[in-house]
Design a protein around this ligand. Structure first.
Ligand SMILES: Nc1nc2c(c(=O)[nH]1)N[C@H]1C(S)=C(S)[C@@H](COP(=O)(O)O)O[C@H]1N2
Ligand SMILES: [Mo]
Length: 434
């Protein structure tokens, strides 16, 4: 049973913005100037700085040749971007079964760079020689098969952009200081591989088959049961991630990718697919990754990740340096399909306004949203809420807890509110102001 949540009570989506709307102001000014350019007011300070530097100085990097071409056989980000790294919880000492979070507040667009993709490992990252790796397909099939990675690369391939999110993102620890800490167990990539249905057809699935049990080759031997319908639908056997081979952290040389399902089921370092007529009730689908309800009963098989969004700029740990125009930016996603709408509130939930969605809006992928904001120095709370194409609306934490209680830790897709202080400082609004 999926718990479905109604829109939070503070819905007032069609009310006009409480503060001047910079987008409308651009339009007005744009019309006056013949519609050529729209001014944000951001340019003024810059022009003064440029005038002071006229004629334009010749910087040191223009006076001498740069580093030789080919000095970095595998390219790296600029040395000035060293702070853009995955977040490891400072007190997390059990590095074998652990996780790192994607630095959402530092990223633009919808694709997570491979080196910044979130990680969740239960038995460390194995160093697998692809030449030695095998995938077995057996059980209720006409012909059991054993594949090398090269065998699988001979099948017709597909590439798709999908998000992956851990169902423990963020759990009920909702006090993350930054966007990474608050919701960084989500990332999005272009995955390349073979549709699982192609490989299952090669083995010949028998009529009694209902589930496929997938097993990883890591020390955790992560094992999950997957409904056969999902395996015959959009499940992918993946070897490529954003154009290159999978990273070791993401399951090199082969992983399962189940679009829209909780990340735990996308088994990494995949070595076995056992076709069965029943689920195995493995540890990871019973005592873990299962939501314990207020009455002590458990929700069985909560596979799909429901709609969620988060403002990534400005977000916790950042500071608005001046009043005036700020573009509020963020990401939204839903395991059930496309994002239909994202609303933003800049007045602590009193009114909500539609954000612009950046194309492409893809099914089961991250969608970027933008909202122009004219900050006039007031203390407030900003937040976003997503609606997906099924009509489902992202709940507040209060609405979620009212239905689920606080026993469970998984599948928390609640709204993340950011507090903006009069100083411009941004903090997680769930952390009590000191
Ligand atoms: N074999 C194996 N597969 C695994 C895991 C694991 O520890 N071992 N972790 C799972 C969990 S809990 C998640 S959220 C995703 C994380 O994938 P990522 O590290 O590529 O982000 O992989 C899943 N698949
Ligand atoms: Mo996970």
């Amino acid at each position: 049973m999926q718990a479905r949540f109604d829109p939070p009570p503070e819905s007032g989506a069609d009310e006009p913005p409480a503060q001047p709307n910079p987008r409308r102001d651009f339009l007005r000014r744009g019309a006056a100037a013949g519609g050529l350019l729209a001014a944000t007011g951001i340019g003024a300070a810059r022009a003064t700085a440029a005038d002071a530097d006229a004629p334009l100085a010749v910087p040191p990097w223009t006076r001498a040749p740069g580093a030789p071409t080919g000095g970095q056989p595998y390219g790296q980000p600029s040395a000035f971007e060293k702070h853009v790294v995955r977040h490891l919880r400072p007190n997390d000492k059990q590095y074998i079964s652990s996780s790192t979070r994607s630095p959402l507040q530092e990223l633009d667009g919808i694709i997570t760079p491979n080196g910044l993709f979130y990680e969740r490992h239960h038995g460390g990252v194995p160093a697998i020689d692809p030449a030695e790796h095998r995938l077995a397909v057996h059980g209720l099939v006409d012909s059991p098969l054993l594949f090398t990675v090269d065998d699988l690369r001979r099948f017709p391939s597909e590439s798709h952009i999908y998000f992956l999110e851990c169902s423990g993102n963020p759990g009920y620890n909702v006090y993350g200081k930054t966007a990474a800490e608050a919701n960084g167990l989500v990332s999005c990539a272009e995955w390349t591989g073979v549709p699982l249905r192609t490989v299952l057809a090669e083995a010949g699935v028998q009529s009694q088959a209902k589930w496929v049990v997938a097993e990883g080759a890591d020390a955790a031997a992560m094992t999950r049961s997957i409904p056969l319908e999902k395996c015959l639908d959009d499940a992918l056997l993946v070897y490529g991630q954003n154009g290159e081979r999978l990273r070791p952290e993401q399951g090199y040389p082969l992983r399962l990718l189940l679009p829209g399902y909780e990340g735990n089921m996308s088994i990494k370092w995949l070595r076995r697919l056992h076709v069965t007529d029943a689920p195995v009730y493995s540890r990871e689908e019973t005592s873990k990754y299962t939501d314990l309800m207020p009455d002590g009963s458990a929700r069985r098989f909560t596979f799909y990740m429901e709609a969620k969004s988060i403002i990534t700029a400005p977000s916790g740990g950042q500071r608005l340096a001046q009043q005036g125009f700020h573009e509020i930016r963020g990401i939204a996603w839903s395991g059930r399909g496309k994002i239909a709408r994202v609303e933003v509130s800049v007045d602590d939930g009193a009114t909500w306004h539609d954000a612009a969605l950046q194309e492409p809006v893809l099914s089961r992928a991250i969608t970027r949203f933008r909202f122009p904001w004219n900050w006039q120095g007031q203390a407030t709370v900003i937040q976003s809420r997503a609606t997906d194409e099924t009509g489902y609306v992202q709940p507040t934490l209060e609405a979620l807890v009212a239905v689920r209680g606080v026993n469970g830790v998984y599948h928390n897709n609640a709204i993340t509110p950011w507090r903006v202080a009069a100083t411009g400082e941004i903090t997680n609004a769930r952390i009590k102001a000191s």
